[in-house]
Design a protein around this ligand. Structure first.
Ligand code: MN
Length: 740
């Protein structure tokens, strides 16, 4: 800044002035005086936005300053929120990251800034109105910290106040959003003054002429109205003074927007809106229990003077409105013969009504579950308010907003919003989007991090679904699904998949029979079924179609040959086969036969040993335990070795029935860390057909990285294939399966 530049000098004064005004208001509040951190946030933001201007030509920092001032003076929040408001556009608009904010200002402020960055911009495409309800929920649910939502309201309020400098088409769009989303939200949060201002500003930009017209008519009628109010209020003042009450008695003209709404709904011209204004009495009262009695005293004084409209007494003192509003409203016949509404409130009720603050973030409660979910939360607030502690305003820190505990809202990569039930997984989201996406889902990217398809989503997550053409729906997926839609679509996909496989199997079988000059007689088919150990013809065709059975001459020969297996060699080595005397006799499982390991719908007739985690393709052995359960070990597993020597008779040769079941395996990758290596590894995994990622743990130290990768695979070959591909990545030294 050149010292002799009068313009720069002027700006410097403007910025300093705005900052001093922020501090002045803050120091006048009940908050602890943490000026130092506010000063730091101000300087940080000012520096970050240096040289940037708003559309109005003002230095950018004027915007965060104004938002912080609203947050402090109009909503009543403290230093944490003021700092977050000052920093709210830094991450989005400059090169600084959330990590930078955290390093400078700590976790809490950083989290709020992150929340604000997440819900800014990019949300309103062409489907703004369709997205509005979702967005409203998002504002309420995604923020663990309600301050995110409150600062967002302040941000919007300032943008509305300065909307004039935007081009007309944007004005229209922003005003629409405000009226549709932010004003109702402000209402729900009990921020009545902000709600009214947002409505009026929106109305002004959406219907400029009507707005100007009503504004001028209000102004023109002011004198007459004042005279009338004087006449109406004088006798009341006399009475209230005589009972020694301290109070403020004023006439409040309705907002332009609500007058217009009345004109629209009642189809009347301005001149026929008789309740243009309401009279309001706000009395001082230090003792809360007295409030109610005083309200009714005032009531009785007024009704002695004027005729009461019996149907228009609203007692929101005994039963406050759902959004927290408390007051006594009555309507009486004024001196000119028109009805006048009189609102009677204590100062405390008035503060809450105008500013809302956390005191009464109550909803206009509809039917259903919202109400019960709200109840607990509201109780917490009420309890805290009844027992104000020294730093009662800090109670925000302890409250997490869980208004819609049963719902979450997530983003698609394009910024569309999707409402899902709580605990919904990546797979749920995939099936919600489309059956095809669900069927071919291999993993997800949540906030750009790779996650397995079972990963549970949280509100505000940005979710990308990774798919692969070769992926097929798995029966075991049902346990990752919580949505009814997901479950139905999965079942349909599984049925559909099976039918296609069977059809293919039938064709292959027919071709095989033709090749070998065989008739498709019952006898031949039955022999093939028996030789191939299938259950029936459908099962046979399914297995053929799935390449689990490859038909050969053996398939239709009478009798079936057994090969000398590694297992029988091993048994010979260990001299097993004869049960020892003290061993449990085995009745159900014949250890002379090959035991077929089966899984259906997540139920298995075997257990995988925890010590060695075998998967199909490994050389394995079954150990029949005392509960007649078959535990499958790797043949070279030390535990299995021990079992062989002690309980040889309980060993059984096993064979996996070929299914689409997937098995957990762990891969250990080590290498030299360099830019992009991780992306490459992730790319290989995520594009690999038959692999589901369940976990990924990466550590990097001193230029070396180690990565543990938990995957779900069909067999050992898939794992060794993956390892081979991983080893080809430049920088990777080892990639191998481990027993963990
Ligand atoms: Mn902003």
């Amino acid at each position: 800044m050149a010292a002799n530049d009068p313009n720069a000098y002027h700006e410097e004064l403007m910025i300093t002035g705005a900052y001093n005004e922020l501090l002045r208001g803050y120091l006048a509040s009940n908050h602890r005086k943490k000026v130092e951190i506010i000063e730091k946030a101000f300087n940080f933001a000012r520096n970050a936005h240096d040289g940037i201007r708003r559309r109005s030509g003002e230095p950018y920092i004027m915007h965060p300053l104004a938002v912080a001032t609203i947050v402090s003076q109009e909503i009543g929040l403290g230093s944490t929120s003021i700092c977050a408001a000052l920093l709210h556009d830094v991450v989005e608009d400059t090169d600084y990251t959330v990590e930078d904010i955290e390093a400078q200002f700590g976790k809490k402020i950083a989290t709020i800034v992150e929340g604000l960055t997440k819900i800014s911009g990019g949300i309103f495409g062409d489907h703004a109105s369709a997205q509005a309800e979702n967005f409203r929920k998002l504002l309420l649910t995604m923020s663990d910290d309600i301050r995110v939502t409150l600062i967002k309201m302040a941000d919007r309020l300032h943008n509305m106040r300065t909307l004039a400098s935007m081009p007309a088409n944007k004005q229209y769009k922003i005003a629409g959003e405000t009226l549709y989303i932010y004003a109702p939200l402000a209402h729900r949060l009990g921020l009545f003054a902000i709600k009214t201002e947002l409505e009026d500003l929106s109305f002004k930009y959406e219907h400029p002429e009507v707005h100007a017209n009503i504004t001028s008519k209000i102004a023109k009628s002011e004198q007459a109205r004042n005279a009338l109010f004087e006449k109406f209020s004088a006798p009341i003042r006399e009475r209230l003074d005589s009972i020694g009450l301290k109070y403020e008695f004023s006439a409040r003209v309705k907002s332009c927007y609500s007058i217009w709404k009345k004109m629209e709904t009642k189809h009347v011209p301005f001149e026929e809106v008789y309740d243009l204004y309401a009279a309001r009495i706000v009395f001082e009262c230090d003792n809360e229990p007295d409030e109610k009695r005083i309200c009714w005293n005032i009531y009785s004084e007024i009704t002695d003077l004027y005729r009461l409209h019996p149907d228009r007494v609203r007692d929101w003192i005994s039963t406050p409105k759902a959004n927290g509003y408390r007051a006594l409203h009555i309507t009486v016949m004024g001196p000119d013969g028109n009805w006048v509404e009189v609102q009677i409130r204590s100062r405390r009720m008035d503060d809450i009504a105008e500013r809302g603050f956390a005191a009464h973030w109550k909803y206009k409660i509809g039917e259903g579950d919202e109400e019960s979910e709200l109840a607990a939360w509201l109780q917490t607030i009420e309890d805290i308010l009844k027992n104000p502690e020294p730093n009662a305003l800090d109670f925000l820190d302890t409250i997490k907003l869980n208004l819609f505990a049963s719902e979450i809202v997530v983003f698609t990569p394009k910024g569309e919003l999707i409402t899902m039930p709580k605990d919904a997984s990546v797979l749920d989201m995939a099936f919600t989007l489309h059956t095809e996406i669900g069927t071919h889902c291999i993993a997800g990217k949540v906030n750009h991090k790779l996650v397995p398809l079972s990963h549970k989503l949280s509100s505000g997550d940005q979710v990308e679904i990774l798919t692969s053409h070769s992926q097929q729906a798995q029966p075991s997926w049902s346990k990752f699904l919580v949505t009814a839609k997901g479950k139905t679509r999965l079942r349909a996909a599984l049925r559909h998949g099976r039918r296609i496989v069977i059809e293919r199997g039938e064709q292959l079988l027919q071709a095989f029979l033709n090749e070998n000059g065989l008739e498709a007689s019952n006898e031949t088919i039955t022999r093939i079924i028996s030789n191939e150990q299938a259950k029936n013809k459908e099962d046979l065709c399914y297995k053929i179609g799935n390449d689990e059975i490859v038909l050969s001459v053996k398939s239709f020969k009478k009798g079936k040959q057994q090969n000398d297996s590694l297992f029988s060699k091993l048994l010979n080595t260990f001299g097993g086969g004869k049960p020892k005397e003290d061993e449990t006799p085995l009745s159900d499982i014949d250890t002379k036969q090959v035991y077929v390991l089966r899984s259906e719908n997540g139920e298995s007739n075997y257990t995988l040993a925890e010590c060695c985690h075998p998967i199909p393709g490994d050389d394995v052995v079954g150990y029949v335990n005392e509960h007649k359960k078959v535990i499958v070990h790797k043949l070279n597993c030390p535990v299995a070795m021990k079992l062989k020597s002690s309980f040889g008779g309980n060993l059984v040769e096993t064979r996996w029935e070929h299914t689409r079941e997937k098995f957990p395996a762990r891969i250990h990758v080590e290498g030299v860390d360099h830019m992009g290596i991780l992306q490459e590894i992730i790319y290989i995994i995520s594009t690999n057909l038959a692999i589901n990622i369940r976990g990924l743990n990466i550590q990097s130290e001193g230029g070396l990285f180690t990565c543990t990768l938990d995957v779900l695979v069909e067999d050992a070959a898939t794992v060794s294939n993956l390892c081979k591909r991983l080893k080809n990545v430049k920088g990777v030294n080892t990639a191998a399966r481990t027993d963990r």
